[in-house]
Design a protein around this ligand. Sequence first.
Ligand code: ME8
Length: 519
Amino acid sequence: MPTNDPKFYVSTPIYYVNDRPHIGHIYTTTLADVLARYHRLRGDRTFFLTGTDEHAAKVVDTAKEKGFTAQQWADQNAGVFQDTFKKLGMSNDDFIRTSQDRHTSRVKQYIQQLIESGDVYAGEYEGWYDAGQEEYLPENKAKEYDYRSPFNNKPLVRKVETNYFFKLSAYQDRLTELLNDHPQFVQPDARRNEVLGRIREGLNDVPISRSGSGGWGIAMPGDESQTVYVWIDALFNYYTTVDTDDRRAFWPADVHLIAKDILWFHAVIWPAMLMALDLPLPKQVYSHSFWISEGQKMSKSLGNFIDLEKIDEYVDEFSLDALRWYLSTQGPLGSTDSDFAHGKFVDVYNSDLANTLGNCAARVTNMIVRYFDGKMPAAAPGREDAEARQLRSVAMGMYEKVDTLYEKVAVAAANDAALEVVRAVDTFIEQTQPFKLAKDESQRERLGMILYYCAEALRIASLGLSPVLPDKMAEFWQLLGITYDTQAGDLADWCQWGGLQLGSDVQKGAPLFPRKQDK
Ligand code: ME8
C-alpha cells in the first residue's frame, strides 16, 4: 500500500450465501471499512468491495430442502448480508454477487482467454474432496487429517472427475519469487512463510471445473456439461467488479483482506491466474487469524457463537462504534486467534472509551462552557510553556505515526497512537490544573491557552480515531462546532496544529461513552 498512490482498493472475501452473517464476517468487513474510511479521510480515491459467493453446490441442496430455486435462496441470503452491512454502517462502494451477469459474463471471458493461452486444459482428476469446503485436499494433507475434513470432521470423499485444469505447476518459480522478493505480498510474515513452505513441496495443476452442478454456476466456455469450480469463479470477483471503463484504474487491489482459512487460494491460485492473464497482481493479501469466543472455538452447540443477535445486543448496549473499537483493537490481526469475551469487552470499553476518550472530551468541553461561556478561548501565541509544547508535539506527531501504521494494516496500533494524544491531554490537565487556575482572575489568559491546547489536541486525536469511531467523532465535532467531509478528506492538512478558531461555539453534550457495569 504505497502512500504516494492516491487510490486505494480494499476487498473482503465474498461470503458464502448459505451461512448467516456472524462475528467473523463482520470482523473482516469492519476492518475493510476502517481502512476504507481512513483512506477517504486521507484523500485517496477509495474503492471498498464486499459481496457474496453464490455458486456453491450446497446452495442447490439447501434451496431444494427449503423449497426454493437456488437463485431465490441466494437472493434471499445475499439480502441478509446486504441489510446487515447496511445496518452496521459499512461504507462499501459496491456489493458483488457472483450470480450477477456483470460477473458471470466476464468470468467466461477470462477462462476463454486461459484456454486460448494453454493455461487451461481438459484432463481427469481423482482426489480427496472436502464437500463442506468445496475443495480437494492433497494426499499428504488428507492423510494428516485422517481422511476427515479439518473443518467439520466429516469423512473426505474419494472423487474422480473429468475436468478442466489450470496449469498451476507452471507458476511455481514465479510464485516463489513473488513471495521472496515482495514480503508485503502476504502478511503477516508467519502466513507468508507457511505459504512459501507449501509451495516448496511442489505445485500440482488444479481442477477448475466440475460436472453435475444442476445448472447452478457458470458454464465452462465451450463445454456446457461443466461449470466453473466455485472457488475459481469466486476469486475473479475482485477483478470483474472493476473491469469497467470507469473503475479499471482501481486495479490492482491494494489489500485483499481475508482470514487464514482461505489463504492458499488468495496467495497462490489467484496470483497465478492473474499471471496467466497477464494482469497486474494485488499489492497485498492480508490474512488475519480467527475469533474464538469465551476462550473456546465458536460453536452453536457450546452456546458461545457470536451471531447477529448477539452482535445487535452489543450495539444496542454499547453503541456501534464501541463494537468497532473492540473488534479493531482486540481482534486477531496478527497470527494468533483473539477471544471475544464479554468481561473483556466491558473492560476495554470502560478503560479506552468511557474513562479515557469520553471522559477527557467531556472534561475539556465542559470547562470551556463553564469558564468561557462556550466560546473557544485564544491560544495565546508566544505563551507556550514546556508542558504545552510537549502536548503540541505529541499531537503534531500523530498523523505520521497513524499513517505509517495504517499502511501496515496495523489498525490496533494506529488507534493506540491516536489515543496516546488523548492521554497526553489528560497528563497536561493534571500538570496544569486548569480547574484551580479558574479561581484566579489573573490567570485567565493562561487558562484560555490551556483549554485551547486541550481542545486542539483532542480535535487532532479525533481525526485519527474517526475511521474506527465515525459516529462518535462526528458527534464530538459537533460539540466543537466543526465539520469535516470525511468522504474526501485532507487528513495531513487537518492534522496541522491550529485548526480551532477563536470564539467558535463549544457545547456540552451527553457523554460519548457512558460507563458500563459488567453484568
Ligand atoms: O470462505 N474469525 O466464505 P466464508 C475471523 N466464499 N474471521 C472469520 C471467522 C472467524 N472465526 N469465520 C469467518 C468463503 N471469518 C469463500 C470466500 S473469496 C474469493 C471466497 C471470515 O463465508 C474471514 O474473513 O466461509 C474468512 O476468510 C471468511 O469469513 C470466510 O467466509
